[in-house]
Design a protein around this ligand. Sequence first.
Ligand code: AMP
Length: 185
Amino acid sequence: MVKRLIFLGPPGAGKGTQAQILAKIYQIPHISTGDILRQAVAEQTSLGQKAKDYMDKGELVPDELILDLIRERLSLADTANGWILDGFPRNVSQAEFLDKLLTELDLTPDCILNLEVPDEVLITRLLERKRGDDNEATIRRRLEVYHRDTVPVIDFYTQKGTLKAVDGNLTLEEVTAGLQKAIAD
Ligand code: AMP
């Protein structure tokens, strides 16, 4: 069955891990803008060179670096069965762009999921994780940027009446079960 899933949640909520699990369960590609950008940085492509400083500081990279990338990614053949979008949209202008793009492609998302985890738990989890952009100053900045830019995306989808909240402060298996239930409902 085709599944098009938009997966929202703060940094450190376990989105990447859960998105990978859901991608396997539903046999759909896991499209993570963070992974795409980290790969571009590692390969030192022109995208990677432009994105690196923003990522190191915990800022969002400018929309113009992301939007064409998403348009191209969502037109590849492996998206016929659907996809799970992880890390996009990150602000309201990206959400509006995605809305328009999906209308253009004549597609509707099946489910918009919001993984909820309290801030104090996120900081502990992020400090335990060992990624290049996971030092304390960057973590705090990423959370600020999340509250400023990404929380309005939650409001955007809540107003449309399409958002499903899932408790992310449980065991890995419980969170997966919660997500599957939200997707099936
Ligand atoms: P993530 O792996 O989703 O936590 O993303 C890591 C970093 O990549 C973020 O802190 C941003 O600098 C950048 N990034 C990822 N996705 C986006 C996006 N949709 N828009 C802007 N920047 C992004």
